[in-house]
Design a protein around this ligand. Sequence first.
Ligand SMILES: NC(=O)c1ccc[n+]([C@@H]2O[C@H](COP(=O)([O-])OP(=O)(O)OC[C@H]3O[C@@H](n4cnc5c(N)ncnc54)[C@H](OP(=O)(O)O)[C@@H]3O)[C@@H](O)[C@H]2O)c1
Length: 182
Amino acid sequence: MKTQYYTATSLDGFIATEDDSLDWLFPLGDVNDTSYPAFIAEVGALAMGSSTYEWMLRHADKVAAETGSPWPYKQPVWIFSSRELPVIKGADTRFVRGDVRPVHAEMREAAGAKNIWIVGGGDLAGQFFDAGLLDELIVQVGSVTLGKGKPLFPRRVTHPPFRLVSVRQVGTGFAELRYEVR
Ligand SMILES: NC(=O)c1ccc[n+]([C@@H]2O[C@H](COP(=O)([O-])OP(=O)(O)OC[C@H]3O[C@@H](n4cnc5c(N)ncnc54)[C@H](OP(=O)(O)O)[C@@H]3O)[C@@H](O)[C@H]2O)c1
């Protein structure tokens, strides 16, 4: 069982524009050509921040057109927010705030032998890293730059560096980099 931050990023390290647009991402490739289908099959619990959840709320039609449902996850999802957020009918979601450690313990129990996916954003993944709970970063580096936006991982990690485990080309749109946290 691993806790994994799996995300796409621009070449210059942003996972969304400053106004939370992902329009740059979808033309870069077909999700079915990436590692995503194999990855998600091994996920037993997910965590995301409120901006990521609100993106899902705003784009429920697009998500439904692509996945057949406005909420694509069958696994339980923990959403971090200090606010009251709308609930998606039929979605297995729990709203939490504060320290990630007790939430991780709950997620671990729910996930069983499967992995925990930190969907994003970058600072939430950083909170799990700070608590020593992040095992891997799996990053689809898109062949675009955004100039500014929501950061991939707003932490300084130098000693020890992450350990690069694999590099995989996905068409001309992505390089998938897999790192182990030491
Ligand atoms: N490229 C990709 O593959 C990819 C992947 C994931 C996300 N995204 C996108 O990237 C953007 C990420 O946005 P973001 O960087 O703002 O991150 P985010 O993690 O989605 O949202 C950040 C917000 O979550 C809440 N939060 C975070 N940690 C918390 C804690 N411990 N306790 C309580 N609340 C907490 C806070 O807001 P409140 O307290 O005000 O609610 C915080 O401002 C979104 O647009 C998303 O759609 C892209």
